[in-house]
Design a binder for this molecule. Structure first.
Ligand SMILES: [Zn+2]
Length: 383
């Protein structure tokens, strides 16, 4: 048994997310201690890996693993608010055992294709604790406070407070400007400002209408008895309201979607939070029929792009490799840009320690995303 082993592969990924031949890895147990290309350091026991591509694991920057049990229930082309109704109705019909089993299956599938880290949103304190104790799960856990009107918003705050008293390993967060009340925004700001916020922003054009107190989101809130006109929001755009509430001043800010963000919104974000990240969940947007026209403005902005999947309610899996495959089809990003967003950019933004990053071998694959997606065997290095 050697404490350190030197492994030699056929194809690897540089820190600049380019494929290069002849990678080597110094491995101890499950940890990759050092890696490089070309001539490796001497004096180690050498092991040749099977031909294929070796990459560091992928980061899913936005998921709702808790909703894996809703897979297949939201028809293609459903509106955002229709999805909300379906999720609400389905939730009540499932046991906690079923919800947990589907969650485990979804994580396993993603991991089988190289995704090892999630920025995951849970709605229940129960599920937040389940993920904490699940060895398979690795990532940041956010407890989302839903509730647009009183007293349900206050009740959710109380439940979050109770859990925070005994467990400070998760981040309280808000859903969106229409899913969480100003009171919840203030609570999250005080509790988590020095840590991280994950918030859905401008997922669909309906949020622009909502700013003027009209459109399907207002209808939806009325239907569920949650419609209120909060004074804090009146006459403000989504970005200005969040800014005024102090919701953009978090250490790590994950702005999810921005699909309907206009040039003026993106300009403001460039100004207010140049170092923040935005998360693209492309397949989920497609499923909900949300079309994006701001690709170039976001690409030219200072915001860091990360990749997420959203939940199985609107996606077929939580695998970032599959997300990249789908993104390649629209020809907006190079393979290198996508791979950077899924690996080194995400590690850097989320402060994931290098020795906590597992490496995956896609056996027999050629150095491109499509071929990796077709590999019939993927192995985690060092196991
Ligand atoms: Zn989401």
């Amino acid at each position: 048994m050697h404490i350190f082993e030197l492994w030699h592969g056929e194809w690897g990924l540089t820190r600049d997310a380019e494929f290069r031949s002849d990678p080597w890895f110094i491995v101890s147990g499950k940890e990759v201690i050092e890696s490089g290309f070309g001539k490796p350091p001497k004096d180690f026991f050498k092991k040749k890996l099977p031909p294929g591509v070796i990459v560091p694991g992928f980061v899913n920057a936005h998921s709702h693993i808790e909703l894996s049990c809703i897979a297949g229930k939201v028809p293609q082309g459903s509106h955002l608010t229709r999805m909300g109704e379906i999720i609400q109705a389905e939730r009540g019909t499932l046991t906690s055992q079923q919800i947990r089993q589907k969650a485990v299956d979804a994580i396993r599938f993603a991991e089988d294709f190289g995704t090892f880290f999630f920025c995951d949103i849970s709605n229940s304190t129960d599920f937040i604790r389940f993920l904490r104790d699940l060895p398979l799960f690795n990532g940041n856990r956010y407890l989302e406070l839903l509730g647009f009107s009183s007293p349900s918003d206050a009740e959710r705050i109380d439940r979050a407070k109770e859990l925070l008293d005994i467990d400070a390993t998760f981040y309280p967060t808000v859903h969106s400007i229409y899913g969480s009340s100003p009171r919840q925004m203030r609570f999250v700001r005080e509790k988590a400002r020095h840590t991280s916020l994950s918030i859905h922003i401008l997922e669909s054009p309906a949020e622009i209408e909502f700013q003027n107190d009209e459109g399907p989101i207002v209808d939806f809130l009325q239907k569920i008895g949650q419609h209120v006109k909060h004074a804090e929001m009146q006459g403000q755009s989504t970005i200005d309201y969040l800014y005024a509430m102090g919701m953009l001043s978090f250490k790590k800010l994950l702005m999810v979607h921005l699909s309907a963000a206009r040039i003026e919104d993106i300009d403001k974000l460039n100004d207010y939070v140049p170092h923040a990240a935005w998360v693209l969940c492309h397949r989920s947007n497609l499923h909900l029929g949300i079309e994006r026209t701001n690709w170039e403005s976001l690409k030219n902005s200072s915001l860091k792009m990360l990749i997420g999947t959203d939940s199985l309610a609107t996606n077929s899996d939580l695998s970032i490799l599959h997300e990249m495959k789908s993104l390649l089809e629209i020809d907006k990003f190079s393979e290198r840009e996508l791979l950077r967003a899924a690996t080194w950019d995400a590690y850097e933004y989320l402060e994931i320690r290098e020795n906590a990053i597992p490496y995956f071998l896609f056996v027999g694959a050629k150095p491109n995303i499509l071929s990796m997606g077709a590999a019939n065997k993927v192995k985690m290095l060092g196991l």
